[in-house]
Design a protein. Sequence first.
Length: 198
Amino acid sequence: MSADDPSQRLVELIQAGIDPEGNFERLFKLHDRGIRNYFLRRGLAAEEARDSTQEVFLRVSRGLGSFRGESQFRTWLLEIADHVYQNELRRRSTGKRKGKEISLDTGGQGEEGEPARFEPPPQPPKALDEVLKREQTERLSRAIGELPLKMRTCFQLRYGQGRKYEEIAVLMNVSIDTVKAHLHQAKQKLKIELSDAS
């Protein structure tokens, strides 16, 4: 391992308890773009790549205590990214398997020889409503993506994953009061951002 590897230096500082939040943010900034590009190159949409990158760094924050530096930090990081990507592929294939399949070899017939019934897809809501809803969702996603890292992580753990304050505090290595403060500030910022955009 190179002694001048900035990632390794940051990991050592975090493990020693020296400014863990600040050094973790520096570690995130060093590798955020590379990990996001890793997911984009494998065909994930921009938002999925961002969410998967967040998941990678949540796993890193949980596992840093046991990281012994036997491999380069970047190698370990890419292994975690690969696990997250494989989980995403499994999740997608599980979703596809839930659909009911009708064999085309039976001449378009369903079970027991009866004609297959192809039900039309449900009608979408009025086009305007759909556009407005999509714009609102995109605006919210963008606003969340622009929150500072700790605030964004707190917000996603609480509202994206439904974690309790205590769990978030442990995962992020901060106090419960800090978690509450981050969530309060995140909500205020999002309110301002979304009201300005409307």
